[in-house]
Design a protein around this ligand. Structure first.
Ligand code: DP6
Length: 353
């Protein structure tokens, strides 16, 4: 092998769950206690761009640069992704001796997010999805998105859903080795292209309690949690998939809001309690309720991850009544425009509190 640099790039978009993953039955493999479902934003929206490269000329250790700052790659999750991908590459090299032995070379990963990291905007999802696919491309692995979702899941659970576009489920699976805990596409983006999301960036600061820590404490202490995982979510998974198939926004919206409420209820029921929503989040909920009341039906649906930022789903035909109204309240300054979703800054003052 010469001192050649081998390189591949990819992007992976953020996904925003409408049925939340919260709880692990195996924290090492990131195997969840319930299935979940999300909408993947477009490539031109919130996304991570990642270049993976390897070369005999590189220093002898793996490295990861995120938005210009060096990250620790020694963590078990990143290591699991590297290990799995290297082992697949090693298999290929074993079958074809003419292939360069890339599996033995140090990896250099360079990632850029076009949104604030750890703001509750699922940066780890896009991040690990892009990392896994960039390395798979670099290694020229014949892996399907399903195979890659199994690997990305070990980086961050929600990352497995960012390997598919459109409407994406994550089947919790039953196997102890996680082989059946993979993402699947419910419908492509083109099936229901009118879906839009507006993101109200309430805070771009790093979240208080990380998802990983938060969900472990919920599993250990919340009595509401068991009913959510065993009963509420399985029913909603079915209803939500049907709603997407028949493009029924009212059902889609209602389940989205109820599932966000259910997830945040288990957070409050955690001991000590976890508060992800703040006054601005609650003002956004009230505004969505007012919009729906004025329309006489559900045309807007809020959802919140492990942070105060609101994501509001709506259909293109209701742009003026939903996104237009929020933008009129907040002003569009410091905003960010995408094709399937815009982001705007939200403050308490803007809600006229
Ligand atoms: C509230 O995927 O960030 O956004 O597997 O520990 O990395 P880890 O957790 P992560 O959790 C996401 C939780 C959520 C809901 C969701 O995206 O389904």
């Amino acid at each position: 092998m010469t001192d050649e640099i081998y390189r591949a790039s990819t992007t992976a978009p953020v996904n925003i769950a409408v049925i939340k993953y919260w709880g692990k039955r195996d924290p090492k493999l990131n195997l969840p206690t319930n299935s979940s479902l999300s909408v993947t934003l477009s490539q031109s929206d919130l996304r991570t761009h990642t270049t993976a490269s390897c070369s005999p000329s590189y220093p002898s250790f793996d490295s990861l640069l995120l938005n210009g700052s060096e990250q620790d790659v020694s963590g078990a999750r990143t290591q699991a992704c590297f290990r799995e991908l290297r082992s697949l590459r090693r298999n290929l090299e074993g079958q074809d001796a003419s292939l360069p032995k890339l599996s033995t070379l140090p990896l250099k990963i360079v990632s850029e997010n076009n949104f604030p990291t750890a703001a509750g905007l699922a940066s780890s999802a896009a991040g690990f999805a892009a990392l896994v696919r960039a390395i798979a491309n670099l290694y020229e692995l014949p892996s399907s998105p399903t195979d890659l979702s199994r690997i990305a899941r070990q980086g961050s659970g929600s990352a497995c859903r960012s390997l598919f576009g459109g409407y994406v489920g994550w089947e919790q699976g039953k196997e102890v080795d996680g082989s059946d805990s993979v993402a699947f596409q419910v419908a492509p983006e083109s099936h229901w292209p009118e879906m839009r999301a507006i993101i109200l960036v309430v805070s771009a600061a790093k979240k208080g309690v990380s998802s990983t820590t938060g969900m472990q404490t919920t599993v250990a202490t919340s009595s509401l949690f068991a009913a959510r995982a065993s009963d509420t979510v399985p029913k909603r998974m079915k209803q939500m998939q049907e709603a997407i198939q028949i493009k029924d926004f009212e059902t889609f919206g209602k389940i989205t809001m109820m599932d966000s409420n259910s997830f945040h209820a288990t957070c409050l029921d955690t001991y000590p309690p976890i508060f992800y929503l703040n006054d601005v989040s609650r003002a956004a909920i009230k505004m969505v309720e007012a919009i729906n009341a004025a329309a006489g039906r559900i045309i807007a649906a809020y959802t919140f991850d492990a942070g105060p930022n609101a994501v509001i789903y709506y259909l293109q035909e209701n742009e003026a009544q939903v996104a237009g109204l929020f933008k009129a309240f907040m002003g569009e300054k410091d905003g960010w425009k995408g094709t399937r979703g815009d982001a705007i800054q939200a403050s308490e003052e803007a809600f006229g509190k």
